[in-house]
Design a protein around this ligand. Structure first.
Ligand SMILES: Cc1ncc(COP(=O)(O)O)c(C=O)c1O
Length: 400
């Protein structure tokens, strides 16, 4: 393959693509399905957030022609730092924060800052699927680290310490908490223990908090215990219902990155491609951490909570299903005793029942018999009709 770069050579199967390819071949369109796959927020953003944004956008014609620094204008970063101080109750200054175009870009820039070719990084199994391809794109190796449903998906920190101690090339761990797909938070004691290990071994923890505002209770942050050994990445897609605006951010206490007049921060961000002014910045400046933002998040969460409860009830009536009670409102991550291959199962659900889900294998090898089911998109009635009834009937005779 003389033309393509090595990173394009896919050695591992991409399970989401496998389902998509199969659907395309069969001319099946998931748009028409009952949607438990995408993780897209479905409550439209409130007028009190959207209207001032549109008004300001109209007035900002001149800015449409301008450029700004690759990690966000100072004004935007100040707004992010202020919003983070308020909403996360943390000590943080503007030079520690950078704006990104969505959580995905935050993942990319954070990994880009710590990984050299040949390095390794731990990814939990199961965890969000974006970490592995980004690390591999950067020519780093991903080390899958199992976490178990039986342990409520908590990290065994002693085991993780041993993996890090064994290999100097292993730079640390990237993980979501509150997590996608299983929604659990790492408990405060685990976060504290992990911070201690990262400090002692001088490694980095990348904590992805994309769901922090759509979660019951509070999430402990690595940043509070090891600011100089952590990068936190976040997104506004879920909480503000702004996937299309690509609203993301990251922050760190790693001194090397935040001092030195931001030179290293800038180098870590692939600066040339990302210098345009954008509506995203305007939205952050107007709404990030605002009272109106808080009101919207609370309102949306009440609807999501109701839908999630319906999903849990519907699943409870199905044969051979178990799951851990969710912390964040976005998903339920059930395991099915009748399923031996979650890709095949997801395909059959599409094909026979017009129900879209994400096969657990997309999140790591342990997802062989699980599905991620989004709970924010469909109404309570649709959830009972599709999951409670149709899927219930289907599972009575299903085996693969
Ligand atoms: C854990 C996690 N991190 C990051 C993202 C991506 O965020 P964004 O939509 O802002 O790119 C997602 C999206 O589903 C996610 O689940």
């Amino acid at each position: 393959m003389p033309i393509l770069a090595k990173r394009i050579t896919v050695e591992k199967p991409d399970y989401t693509s496998q389902v998509m390819k199969w659907l395309e071949e069969k001319r099946l369109y998931p748009d028409e399905n009952f949607s438990a796959s995408g993780g897209a927020p479905s409550i439209a953003i409130s007028d009190e957030l959207w209207d001032p944004f549109c008004d300001t956008l109209k007035k900002a014609r001149k800015e449409a022609f301008s450029y700004r620094p690759p990690f966000g204008s100072f004004k935007t970063r100040e707004k992010l730092a202020e919003g983070l101080r308020k909403t996360l109750n943390i000590k943080i200054e503007t030079p520690q924060v950078w704006q990104t175009f969505g959580g995905q870009h935050a993942i990319f820039s954070s990994m880009g800052m710590i990984l050299d070719p040949g390095d390794k990084i731990i990814k939990l199994d199961p965890d969000y699927m974006a970490y592995s391809p980004v690390a591999e794109y950067l020519s780093a190796e991903v080390v899958e680290f199992p976490i178990l449903m039986e342990d409520k998906y908590q990290i065994d920190v002693d085991k993780l310490r041993k993996v890090l101690e064994r290999d100097k090339k292993n730079k640390g761990v990237a993980f979501s908490s509150p997590a996608n797909p299983h929604t659990k938070r790492q408990e405060p004691s685990i976060i504290k223990e992990l911070a201690q290990v990262l400090i002692e071994l001088d490694r980095v923890g990348i904590q992805d908090i994309a769901y922090i505002h759509n979660t019951r209770g509070t999430q402990e942050l690595l940043y509070n215990y090891c600011p100089e050994n952590s990068i936190t990445i976040g997104s506004g897609s879920k909480c503000y219902s702004t996937c299309a605006l690509n609203l993301g951010y990251a922050f760190t206490g790693i001194k090397e990155l935040t001092e030195d007049n931001n030179a290293k921060l800038s180098r870590g961000l692939i600066p040339i491609a990302l210098t345009q002014n954008s509506p995203t910045e305007l939205f952050i400046q107007l709404n990030f951490g605002s009272e109106a933002g808080k009101r919207f998040i609370e309102k949306a969460n009440r609807v999501y909570e109701e839908r999630q409860r319906a999903m849990m009830e519907a699943l409870n009536g199905l044969p051979g299903v178990e799951y851990v009670d969710p912390d964040s409102y976005y998903y339920v991550y059930p395991r099915f005793s009748a399923v031996k291959n979650s890709v095949k199962f997801a395909q059959q659900l599409h094909y026979k029942l017009k129900i879209s889900t994400v096969p657990g294998l997309a999140f790591g090898p342990s997802g062989i018999n699980t599905l991620r089911m989004t709970t924010v998109t469909e109404t309570v009635e649709a959830i009972y009709a599709n999951v409670g009834k149709k899927m219930g009937e289907f599972l009575k005779t299903y085996h693969d």
